[in-house]
Design a protein around this ligand. Structure first.
Ligand code: FE2
Length: 205
């Protein structure tokens, strides 16, 4: 398999004015593509290149892990963003309320985690199937929650390259725009539904 850059799930300028076309273009076409091309080159002669990306992330470390995780994280990031925000519903809505009190509680928790992540990294809304509970967490550099038992539902990239063209060093405002205008709750809903149906099948099987 040759690693392929998937198309963005929205037009390059669809997230304006919150994230400009230029910001998305550099992030997607330079940074995301760069990680993907480096991963492709690093695995040129390896049979790992035939494996699903998630498996490569879970079985590697060092340089290959960093590249594979960054590719996976960016694919997940684009899905986490949407020009049209629809409120969470069903089980996700119930879990948000139970886990954070209300949407404002979630907002504060996520903003704090994303702002306080020192240096480069990622903020995540994750589901813990062991406790049937949502948590907000963050990871450093390329790291992600794959392989930890936590199921990622949404992510936000807090590397400076994700917001510097639009917000310079103002990470706080960038995070606020994501929380208020860009969250793809439909994506989180579908990630949660996929996980809970897998857990149900395991229990009934
Ligand atoms: Fe990024």
């Amino acid at each position: 398999m040759q690693f392929v850059l998937p198309p963005l799930p929205f037009q390059m300028d669809a997230l304006e004015p919150h994230l400009t076309r230029e910001q998305i273009f550099y992030h997607y076409d330079h940074h995301h593509r760069g990680y993907l091309e480096k991963l492709d080159a690093a695995l040129k002669d390896s049979n790992k290149r035939e494996l699903p990306l998630e498996e490569i992330v879970c079985m590697t470390e060092g340089k290959i892990y960093n590249l594979a995780a960054q590719v996976w994280n960016h694919e997940f990031l684009w899905q986490s963003l949407s020009p049209t925000v629809r409120a969470p519903n069903g089980k996700l809505s119930d879990l948000l309320q139970a886990s954070f009190g209300d949407m404002n509680g979630f907002r504060e928790r996520f903003a704090h985690e994303a702002e306080e992540r020192f240096g480069s990294g990622w903020a995540w809304l994750v589901y813990d199937p062991r406790t049937d509970w949502l948590t907000v967490t963050s990871t450093e550099d390329a790291k992600n929650p794959l392989g930890t038992g936590l199921i990622p539902l949404l992510t936000l990239d807090v590397w400076e390259h994700a917001y510097y063209l639009d917000y310079k060093d103002d990470r706080k405002t960038y995070i606020g725009k994501f929380l208020d205008h860009l969250i793809n709750w439909d994506f989180a809903n579908s990630n949660l539904a996929a996980c809970t149906s897998m857990v149900r099948e395991r229990h009934s099987g």
